[in-house]
Write a protein that binds this ligand. Structure first.
Ligand code: OGA
Ligand code: MN
Length: 319
């Protein structure tokens, strides 16, 4: 027999319902919406190592669709336990080797199931210690991830906060004329990791690249048009699906008018009333809906260690 993959091993080892001391009763779990914030709910009393009931997972899925990010406190997991918990909500995001993403390995062309996000040299230092501009993960791929979880293990004393933007609120706050103008538009988001690979340097999220492709500029990598206004597959709510700093292009649109429209929408989405800034504590897991949010990170000092682990879950074709 072949040996198990990390993921199979995780499910193999996971506690089951009959193991009473490892089963979590849904009554122990409290989901508290962040009433004074643009998005988010805090989940108390859940131990992600335990076997969860159907009722609990459905409560969490509904809360995620409503509040867009879930914040779990005080977790203590190894990678296998983390994978077993995350996959209650969907399959692991595994892009094809023709689409480079954060942490894609040079030999296989694909990322590991659990991606270390750190500034320790050689141990997941894909994003260093700098600022990350607001983005949705994997937006440039044919099938972007539906959501991701970040689990905080080591944190810097200063900086490194992560913010999420509620892009449903951003869409809803647009005037009717703008909504009508953009509702049917398709957007190409060019893969910043292709540029990053061909440049051999720079940070794919730092924002130091063209923000709009004019038709006389070369196309880098493969282009996958997706709707600029996305519909959430469960809630049906519409969201503006546009990152703020990588190269994009509206399909079948005049260069000048397109770049101006995108610049205006980007300015709008950055309004502070749509954002929540998370101040990490070790043991936090933040689980976000990647379809209707953007996220960004503040820089932190290079000599302070920061280690989080990310799991991304597969999504459908945006519509
Ligand atoms: C990511 C990411 C933000 C952070 O892992 O996709 O954007 O705070 N991380 O490190
Ligand atoms: Mn990200």
């Amino acid at each position: 027999m072949t040996s198990l993959t990390q993921l199979s091993q995780a499910i193999h080892d996971a506690p089951r319902w009959h193991q009473q001391d490892q089963f979590q009763n849904t009554d122990e779990i409290k989901i508290v919406p962040q009433a004074d914030q643009a998005l988010g709910a805090v989940v108390y009393g859940l131990d992600a190592r335990k076997a969860q009931s159907g009722e609990t997972i459905l409560r969490l899925k509904q809360a995620l669709a409503e509040h867009l990010i879930l914040i779990f406190k005080n977790q203590s997991l190894d990678d296998l336990q983390y994978l077993a918990f995350a996959t209650y909500f969907g399959s692991i995001f595994r892009p094809d080797a023709d689409t480079p993403v954060l942490a894609s390995k040079t030999d296989t062309g694909t990322p590991p199931d659990v991606v270390p996000v750190s500034n320790a040299v050689g141990q997941g230092d894909y994003t260093g210690h700098g600022e990350l501009a607001p983005h949705a993960d994997h937006q440039w791929t044919p099938l972007p991830s539906f959501g991701s979880l970040l689990y905080a293990i080591e944190l810097p004393k200063d900086g490194g906060q992560t913010s999420w933007i509620n892009t449903i609120k951003a869409y809803e706050a647009l005037d009717e004329k703008t909504k009508a103008k953009i509702d049917q538009l398709q957007l190409i988001t060019y893969n910043p990791f292709v540029r990053f690979q061909s440049n051999k340097g720079g940070n794919a999220y730092a924002g130091n690249m063209p923000k709009y492709r004019f038709k006389d500029q070369p196309i880098l990598g493969h282009a996958y048009p997706h709707p600029l206004v996305r519909t959430h597959p469960e809630s049906g709510r519409k969201a503006l699906w546009l990152n703020t700093h990588t190269e994009v292009e509206l399909v079948n649109y005049d260069d000048q008018a397109g770049s101006e429209l995108i610049a205006k929408l980007r300015e709008h989405v950055l309004k502070p009333e749509f954002a929540y800034e998370h101040h990490w504590e070790a043991g936090d897991i933040v689980f976000w809906d990647n379809q209707v949010t953007l996220h960004s990170r503040r820089p932190f000092p290079a000599d302070q260690r920061r280690l989080l682990k990310r799991i991304s879950l597969a999504g459908s074709r945006p519509f």
